[in-house]
Design a protein around this ligand. Structure first.
Ligand code: SAH
Ligand code: SF4
Ligand code: F3S
Length: 434
């Protein structure tokens, strides 16, 4: 049997797709990129914004054609939208065979067998406490790996559906993480990305206390590990100690993703983010003082209910002052069941779109200018593959997470090489091998 899997959403889902692939290959199924050639089609979904959910709903709708042509093909919907919508997916799309939640990944091979033997569609959403097999992951590249160190989220950002679909925060024991990373390194991984909705909250529920900076220091000491990344950092739990650990350890990438979300204290409070404008500025000041070359990226939401023009201008002001290397910007999207969805929202969408474009324009100019500052300098680049835009070029990431394209041989893929930046664009730079 062949399976085809499509992934939406964030790196948590990318990692879960690796887990699904591991499990299915382990019971003898084979992965295929061709949807028509597959016996099992899996969508690993995201529901963080309505637009994401709608796109995937459209996609599930399109699968009907395939099901009509090939009656035995199994359609399986997993991930965050599945966890959120549960049986409703089967009600809306009766040809869907299996709906599985974010806690039920390890059960997928059994669910497939059950579906085949009973002929009945299945919705498996409850957390049954089975071993999630968090570290059994098929990697996309041998040289890099994603490692979950904390799953779920205990924050209650008022706009966010993630805690509802990913469950309570659970930190994975330190020894298990270290052992997993040691194994990955001996298996060829040179770059590790530590994953969690709020990595800075690591260790809070563990019997043996260990903070995120302490964990990071221990991971950094693993021989052969060239680069460590982590995301996401919540400003409310971001400590001075963490900045020191990043500064003092060469293999920790000088890049921090620190979602700002909004620049006005009123909106930050309504969002329940638990930090202020000043608090955020203080963190940035500390990072810039101690690690001048550190790239800082962020997430920003425009048009939160109750946000007025003067609040939005405070966000713009912060963006101009901080000069993020990159910002991921979103128009607020109400999610059923979240507190913000109940707040009156008087600003029309056209106005929000205007603000959004304004923010994007300013941020794009800043990103372009910051990338231009890199021209003429030499950086260590992990070569990830061929450029998706131009197959003649290689594509890699600098330590600060900037994408760089340059000419080079195929055998450099998976290696760290020195590259000089020659030219800059808004979202990437061009270079030449040093
Ligand atoms: N745990 C991470 C991010 C999770 S979701 C964190 O706390 O930063 C990724 C981003 O999606 C968020 O940072 C936020 O900017 C955006 N987002 C989440 N819910 C949203 C919503 N309802 N509308 C618009 N953007 C949203
Ligand atoms: Fe959502 Fe906030 Fe948790 Fe991030 S920290 S996943 S934005 S609730
Ligand atoms: Fe990620 Fe989307 Fe789920 S952003 S945690 S895949 S809702």
């Amino acid at each position: 049997m062949k399976f085809h899997i499509e992934t939406f959403g964030c790196q948590m889902n990318e990692n879960d797709t690796g887990r699904i692939q591991y499990l299915l290959e382990n019971v003898g199924y084979e992965k295929t990129e061709e949807i028509e050639a597959s016996d099992i089609i899996i969508l690993n979904t995201c529901t963080v914004r309505e637009s994401a959910k709608n796109r995937q709903y459209g996609h599930i709708g399109n699968l009907k054609k395939i099901k009509n042509l090939k009656k035995d093909v199994l359609i399986c919907i997993g991930g965050c939208a599945a966890q959120d919508l549960k049986e409703k997916i089967i009600k809306d799309f009766p040809y869907v065979d299996i709906v599985f939640g974010t806690h039920n990944i390890a059960d997928l091979p059994d669910l497939i067998n059950r579906r085949i033997s009973t002929g009945k569609s299945i919705c498996s959403i409850e957390n049954n406490g089975h071993d999630p097999g968090l570290f059994k992951v098929r990697r996309k590249h041998s040289f890099r790996a994603l490692v979950s160190i904390i799953i779920g989220c205990n924050n209650c950002c008022s706009y966010c559906i993630v805690p509802a679909v990913r469950g309570n925060e659970i930190s994975i024991e330190e020894e298990k993480i270290l052992k997993n990373i040691e194994e990955l390194v001996s298996d060829g991984a040179i770059e590790i990305t530590l994953l969690g909705q709020n990595v800075n909250s690591y260790g809070k529920n563990l019997a043996e206390s260990c903070t995120f900076p302490e964990l990071l220091k221990k991971i950094s000491a693993i021989k052969g590990l060239k680069r460590i990344r982590f995301m996401t950092s919540h400003p409310k739990d971001f400590s001075d100690e963490l900045v020191d650990v990043i500064r003092d350890n060469d293999n920790i990438a000088k890049h921090i993703h620190l979602p700002l979300q909004a620049g006005s204290d009123k909106i930050l409070k309504e969002m329940n983010r638990s930090y202020t404008r000043k608090g955020y500025f203080d963190i940035i000041k500390n990072i810039r003082n101690k690690i001048p070359d550190c790239a800082i990226t962020t997430d920003i939401i425009v048009g939160f209910p109750g946000e007025e023009k003067k609040d939005f201008l405070q966000t713009l002001d912060m963006v101009k002052k901080i000069r993020f290397n990159r910002a991921f910007t979103f128009i607020y999207s109400p999610r059923t069941g979240t507190r913000a969805a109940g707040i009156e929202d008087r600003i029309p969408l056209v106005e929000k779109k205007k603000w959004f474009r304004q923010l994007l324009e300013i941020q794009n100019t800043i990103s372009f200018e910051e990338n231009n500052k890199l021209i003429g300098r030499k950086f260590e680049v992990l070569v990830e593959g061929r450029s998706s835009k131009n197959n003649d070029l290689l594509e890699g990431r600098m330590e600060n997470n900037t994408i760089i394209n340059f000419e080079g041989e195929e055998n450099l893929i998976g290696k760290i090489v020195p590259v000089i930046v020659m030219d800059a664009r808004t979202f990437y730079v061009k270079g030449k091998l040093a």
